[in-house]
Design a protein around this ligand. Structure first.
Ligand SMILES: [Ca+2]
Ligand SMILES: [Ca+2]
Length: 226
């Protein structure tokens, strides 16, 4: 596994970097665990591999299992979950004051978004409009765009909504999150996507921003052609 350092400036990759884990080897190698709930004093004790799946069973909230040493910006993240009480995904995690998470409860009635940006919580809630799952098994997928901050969220292959992240630091660790006895995760994959070109600004904005941004746009186009 490669260690990728991603700066605040938009970095595009010539080749995708992918991490995957189906947990069939029975261990949690390559993962690290943190808790966003002060009541959980030993977060790693509540993550384990059971029958080829990762189980998070802390009774508390905001329990993170993150891919270690893989900081990504634009990415596609997918995981299959069986929701006992609450499961979701996390990305752009730089610490408990800076991350974006998405998830749902067992009923699938609502998808929550929880974003912390420099210690400020942004937490809109969205209705789940996909078909209900009688088994409480869901496929989560998020596609992020580090140029715009837009994150598309899919459930069971169906597009649900786009959340535009508040953070301007669109990179960090990726993984899953559980809460309230959580649930199970399997077939986790994350792929580092090539950055799309920066959006072309309005002429008035272009005048304000000057030649620096023009140079950036030119760079993006060259990357696309090559
Ligand atoms: Ca393993
Ligand atoms: Ca498995």
């Amino acid at each position: 596994m490669a260690l990728v350092i991603v700066g605040i400036s938009q970095t595009c990759y010539a080749a995708p970097i992918t991490f995957s884990d189906n947990f069939n080897d029975g261990n949690t190698n390559g993962w690290i665990f943190t808790s966003g709930d002060d009541r959980e004093t030993n977060p790693s004790a509540h993550w384990s591999v059971v029958d080829g799946r990762l189980q998070g069973n802390s009774p508390y909230d905001a329990q993170f299992a993150l891919v270690n040493n893989l900081s990504l910006s634009s990415q596609t993240l997918q995981v299959q979950t069986e929701i006992t009480h609450g499961t979701g995904v996390a990305l752009w995690y730089k610490g408990l004051n800076n991350y974006v998470s998405f998830g749902s409860y067992g009923s699938g009635a609502a998808i929550y978004v929880g974003e912390w940006f420099n210690g400020v919580l942004f937490a809109p809630v969205y209705e789940h409009i996909g078909p209900p799952s009688v088994s409480n098994i869901y496929d989560w997928k998020v596609i992020t765009n580090s140029s715009t901050g837009e994150i598309q969220f899919f459930v069971n292959g169906l597009y649900e909504f786009t959340y535009t992240a508040a953070t301007t630091e669109r990179y960090g660790l990726s993984g899953v999150v559980s809460g309230n006895d959580g649930g199970y995760f399997d077939n986790f994959t994350v792929t580092s996507d090539t950055c799309p070109p920066a959006p072309v600004p309005e002429p008035s904005t272009m005048l304000l921003l000057g030649s620096g941004l023009v140079g950036l746009i030119g760079y993006g186009r060259k990357k696309l052609i090559s």
